[in-house]
Ligand binder design. Structure first.
Ligand SMILES: O=C(O)CCC(=O)C(=O)O
Length: 344
């Protein structure tokens, strides 16, 4: 198969995909039955269940004073970045090279962390550090154990439909300064909003060609011991993060492929649950509550690698690589042609 055929085939696949699927996130009211939920999973398509966890104690209880009292002297892992951009592609000033940069992580007393988040609501002078509790390591039953009784251990209708318990339950606490850059996870995600609002931009895994996935060298934000400013330090030994999407859907690139992308947007309010299907690209930004806080808990369930979905997405990725190679060859040919013309 020639690379030209790969480009044409991808365009066909994307057109058919868009014709056969909704252009927006489906909305339902309340909790679905396991059967209703499994229909969404079968289609690998996002659905928002409005108010599906509004009965959780957390939705009424997780105000700043309650969180402070209940967590007591507990210390938590906090991600620190200069711009609220944990795990994202950033150009390092020193060498002009783009890296995949992880946040600096520090242990911090919970009360101090909350003070810092809330200070942003009143203070004019924003701190040089943006802090976000987002450790994504099943922290609900560990560092947030004092709060665990206020939310579910799992999402019963999802556990029944998926035939398993979640692999991880993660607490996210931040404010409007943190943004999670476009990325994807190999998990079925049940994302539950507790306070404040989260805005998701969602892109189908079949649209991989549109998001310009690239391999990036890994680096970490490290505080300078004298100034405390965060500097980007390449990891030692050097390692690479593969297939990282480098497009920002909120500042779309002027590429020809972006025309074939159909990003979907949804905002979650307290009590809402988003089913974010495995391997979908998502960018997440947030707005705080009246107290300046944005709290959420998400449940990651192992995705199913059997069946047709995963091989289908892998095939689309192979086609993407072939189409990209075709573009490069075309560019090289155009350049060679330009030189030939100039030589005349
Ligand atoms: O809430 C966020 O900032 C990011 C959430 C996310 O990426 C996830 O649940 O996979």
């Amino acid at each position: 198969m020639s690379a030209l055929t790969a480009t044409a085939s991808l365009i066909e696949v994307l057109s058919a995909y868009h014709e056969l699927n909704s252009s927006g996130v489906e909305e339902r009211s309340g909790e679905p039955t396991p059967l209703e939920f499994s229909r969404g999973v079968r289609q690998n398509f996002p659905v928002v269940f409005r108010g599906a966890v509004s009965h959780w104690k957390a939705v009424t209880n997780w105000r700043a004073a309650y969180l402070r009292d209940t967590m007591g002297s507990e210390s938590i892992a906090v991600a620190e970045t200069p711009l609220g951009n944990a795990d994202s592609a950033v150009v390092r000033e020193e060498d002009g090279k783009r890296y995949f940069v992880k946040p600096h992580e520090r242990q911090m007393p919970f009360g101090e962390f909350l003070d810092d988040l809330q200070a942003k609501v009143t203070s004019e002078s924003e701190s040089a550090m943006v802090r976000y509790a987002q450790s994504q390591d099943d922290n609900l039953l560990r560092e947030f154990a004092p709060l665990a009784a206020d939310v579910g251990r799992d999402i019963p209708w999802a556990s029944e439909a998926l035939g398993q318990q979640p692999d991880a339950a993660n607490v996210w606490i931040g404010n409007e300064r943190s943004v999670s850059a476009l990325h994807k996870d190999n998990y079925e995600n049940l994302f539950c909003q507790i306070s404040g609002y989260k805005r998701f931009v969602l892109i189908s895994p079949y649209e991989a060609i549109c998001v310009r996935e690239t391999s990036l060298q890994a680096a970490t934000y490290v505080p300078n011991p004298h100034t405390q400013r965060l500097a980007i330090v390449p990891d030692e030994p050097a390692s690479e993060v593969l297939f990282w999407p480098t497009v920002d859907p909120d500042s779309p690139p002027g590429t020809a492929w972006w025309r074939y992308c159909r990003p979907m947007e949804v905002e979650l309010a307290p009590g809402d649950v988003l089913y974010l299907p495995a391997m979908w690209y998502h960018k997440v930004s947030q707005r705080g509550s009246d107290e300046g806080l944005c709290c959420a808990v998400n449940y990651w369930y192992d995705m199913e690698f059997g069946g047709a979905f995963y091989p289908g997405v892998s095939f689309a990725r192979q086609m993407t690589q072939m189409a990209q190679q075709e573009e490069e060859e075309e560019e090289e040919e155009e350049e060679a042609e330009m030189w030939r013309t100039q030589a005349w």
